[in-house]
Design a protein around this ligand. Structure first.
Ligand code: AMP
Length: 254
């Protein structure tokens, strides 16, 4: 496994690589959700590049960015074990040579609800960093998780709009047996907070009205950011003390 931290080194290598490249873009603190994306990429491409970059521009909350877990050595171990070919782990100055003076803005209807409204500037940051990675790495396929379904859809539409020659692939959400979606932020939950997180997952996956879900979560000291239904899909974001968790899934209609 090769570790690359500079853009220029990546650009040189990109030109030398032949065969299909699969990209898995992450913010690190790797878990089985990320691993599922990596496994899909390895199965379908000659070379898999895993980027690990806690992208500052997509955080609208300075504390959230500061507290984001960064277990670098552990991540590298996991990447090596999974069989990743190249880990790209740059510093922010590498990816933002012009600071943040150029960015991708989306006015797609998807940006008008849930994460698009709740986290101002979030999708500008996400789309800008993904555009940079797609341009640098030029992957044949790039893999994204359903847990961030709005993000996946926006990236897919952005790639289509800018004629980016990369297939944007959706991978199913990986959950704990309890139903809780795996997330890097789960690493910050203590035992009691974890119980509330599991309660959150079970409540939104139970067959309840949104009103009832909200009531139950509030009585368990879980702060609700939003729970909304759009196009047969439930989107939920909650805050447990200062840890923000999101989830989404399609609603089965009989
Ligand atoms: P992150 O490191 O949280 O930015 O996530 C990197 C990629 O992994 C994104 O495409 C996420 O949607 C995806 N991902 C995160 N958690 C999961 C999960 N539990 N199952 C599947 N994909 C996930």
């Amino acid at each position: 496994m090769k570790l690359i931290t500079s853009v220029s080194e990546l650009q040189i290598l990109q030109k030398e690589l032949c065969g299909s490249i699969g990209l898995v873009a992450t913010m690190g603190c790797l878990h089985e959700g990320h691993a599922a994306l990596v496994k899909e990429s390895i199965a379908a491409n000659k070379i898999t590049i895993l980027s690990i970059f806690v992208n500052p521009t997509q955080f609208n909350n300075a504390n959230d960015l500061k507290n984001y877990p960064k277990p670098i050595d552990e991540d590298l171990k996991i990447a090596r074990k999974l069989g990743v070919d190249i880990v790209f782990m740059p510093q922010p100055e590498e990816l933002y040579p012009n600071k943040y003076h150029f960015k991708i803005t989306a006015t797609d209807p998807l940006t008008t609800y849930c994460e698009g409204v709740s986290r101002p500037g979030h999708y500008e940051g996400v789309l800008s960093i993904i555009m940079k990675l797609l341009n640098l790495i030029r992957p044949k396929k790039a893999y994204f998780g359903e847990k961030d379904f709005q993000q996946y859809t926006l990236i897919k539409r952005m790639a289509q709009s800018f004629f980016i020659d990369t297939e944007i692939v959706l991978c199913a959400t990986i959950r704990e047996p309890s139903g809780l979606a795996l997330s890097s932020r789960n690493a910050r939950l203590n035992t009691e907070q974890k119980e509330r997180a599991v309660f959150f997952a079970k409540t939104i996956q139970g067959n309840l009205t949104i009103e009832k879900m909200k009531h139950q979560l509030k009585t368990h000291d879980i702060q609700i950011d939003y729970i909304e239904l759009h196009d047969n899909r439930l989107y939920a974001a909650v805050i447990i003390d200062d840890i923000r968790l999101i989830d989404t899934f399609t609603i089965k209609t009989t």
